[in-house]
Design a protein around this ligand. Structure first.
Ligand SMILES: [Fe+2]
Ligand SMILES: [Fe+2]
Length: 455
């Protein structure tokens, strides 16, 4: 029998219309799902592997030359949770030569009512500038052996990665950014994360994406985390943050692991919890931490920007309260997130752009995840570089009296670059190396009648 040919038909049949509508409906469904993908957890737990460690994460400690923090998740809890550590040999690791450190365990109840257990260990009395191997487990079930390297105990050149908000569609669209960052700077000593790690801290699925998106990177490169507004509950509590991570406790009383500082090879890095920027005890602590800085360089990491580039935001109160401290104590650079745009200022002092060799502070706000806001015109005059619609990662290098900074877009293009040099007079000089392109584009700015919708 000869098959019928549609060419002979002059009118579209109802059946064809039905198929067409079905295809359109299906494609709308696919598109909306792509915006917020669902993933299956990497591990389906069974009675046999209930204790399998997962979400293994290194954090920089307050003594990075001689200690290292690691945390992981397990369920249910056990009093045998522990970690093993040994100086990495060139060949096979002998378990009998490893030291055992008992873990501290804390629980978190997530929004779906599940209780999870987070174990943590700080390896202490380590040798500076040494590669170690570690694994975590419960004495029966272990993770793989992973490496980390302790810091030098004196100023020495190093690189690190800095990223802004991850927050949304983390696994589907952020993972490519952090993987490219590591390929660009495989020797990065740590990752500075300026907050808004996830959107809803009580939704376990988002944490799953946060760990799985980075793969093994978190297991071998430690992080310096500062909390964003999305990382704490609406009341500002830290029920998920503090039990989950093992972060330095040298912050102000009651805000330990949120605000803290790390001295790393000649750089003092300060995590300042911007969610409580006007907390008096925290401000006192910040001033003391800036005044007592023995390092040549000072970098502050905080979530909410002092010079906003996103939406209709401004930060007059933050600027009035905190910026004078930065200027008084010679902060070199402030790394921020929150605005889901990119903005890097010229050198600023007392609310004015100053000459490259005058005292002043450089502020950056960046974003690594796919959530984008419209640009804000308010602070445009302060910006040396500005963009909406880009996901970025940054690589910073400190080498003696020079700090160099490079920002790359998700497709690996150099988007921004500058250098800060310490001069003989105890001052700094800013050298701008930003490439020129079409950014900021007019269509990326919000219009006056547009609602911001930002949180
Ligand atoms: Fe955010
Ligand atoms: Fe935020």
């Amino acid at each position: 029998m000869k098959p019928s040919s549609s060419i002979e038909k002059k009118h579209t049949s109802p059946r064809v219309w039905m198929i067409f509508l079905l295809v359109v409906f299906a494609s709308i469904l696919v598109t909306s799902q792509a915006a917020d993908r669902a993933y299956k957890l990497s591990k389906v737990f069974s009675a046999a592997d209930d204790m399998a460690p997962e979400r293994i994460f290194l954090a920089v400690t307050a003594e990075p030359a001689t200690s290292q923090a690691v945390s992981w998740r397990t369920r249910p809890t056990s009093n045998t949770l522990q970690a093993q550590i040994v100086a990495s040999p060139g060949g096979p690791i002998k378990e009998s030569e490893a030291d055992v450190v008992k873990a501290v365990v804390e629980s978190v109840v997530y929004g779906d009512g599940q209780t999870m257990y987070h174990a943590g260990v700080v390896f202490k009395n380590l040798k500076p500038s040494t590669r170690y191997a570690y694994c975590v487990g419960d004495g029966q079930t272990w993770s793989e052996w992973n490496h980390f390297r302790t810091a030098d105990d004196k100023p020495a050149p190093f690189r690190f990665i800095y990223i802004g908000d991850q927050q949304n569609n983390i696994k589907s669209q952020w993972s490519r950014v952090i993987r490219d960052a590591l390929l660009k700077a495989p020797d990065a000593r740590f990752i500075v994360n300026a907050g808004d790690l996830v959107n809803d801290p009580f939704i376990d699925q988002q944490w799953y994406e946060w760990y799985d998106g980075a793969g093994w990177i978190y297991r071998v490169i430690p992080s310096i985390l500062t909390p964003g507004n999305h990382d704490l509950s609406d009341s500002g509590a830290d029920e998920v943050w503090r039990p989950q991570f093992v972060l330095p406790t040298n912050g102000p009383s009651g805000r330990e692991e949120l605000s803290y500082f790390v001295d790393y090879q000649g750089v003092r890095l300060i995590s300042f919890d911007g969610n409580a920027f006007d907390d008096e005890a925290q401000l006192e602590w910040l001033e003391k931490t800036l005044a007592g800085n023995p390092c040549a360089w000072t970098i502050v990491v905080t979530h909410q920007p002092f010079y906003s580039t996103g939406n209709k935001r401004d930060s007059t109160d933050r600027r009035e309260l905190i910026v004078p401290l930065f200027e008084r104590y010679g902060v070199d650079l402030v790394l921020q997130g929150h605005d889901h745009t990119y903005g890097r200022t010229s050198k600023i002092y007392a609310g004015q752009i100053v000459k490259p060799n005058e005292p002043g502070v450089v502020y950056v706000s960046s974003v690594s995840g796919p959530k984008m806001y419209k640009l804000n015109r308010r602070n445009r005059p302060f910006m040396a570089r500005m963009a909406g619609t880009l996901q970025l990662f940054q690589v910073l290098a400190v080498n003696g009296d020079a700090l160099s900074y490079e920002a790359y877009t998700a497709d690996g293009k150099l988007f921004d670059a500058f250098e800060i040099r310490k001069t003989d007079l105890g001052r700094t000089r800013l050298i701008d190396r930003a490439p020129k392109d079409e950014h900021p584009r007019e269509e990326d700015f919000y219009k006056e009648d547009e609602s911001s919708g930002a949180r």
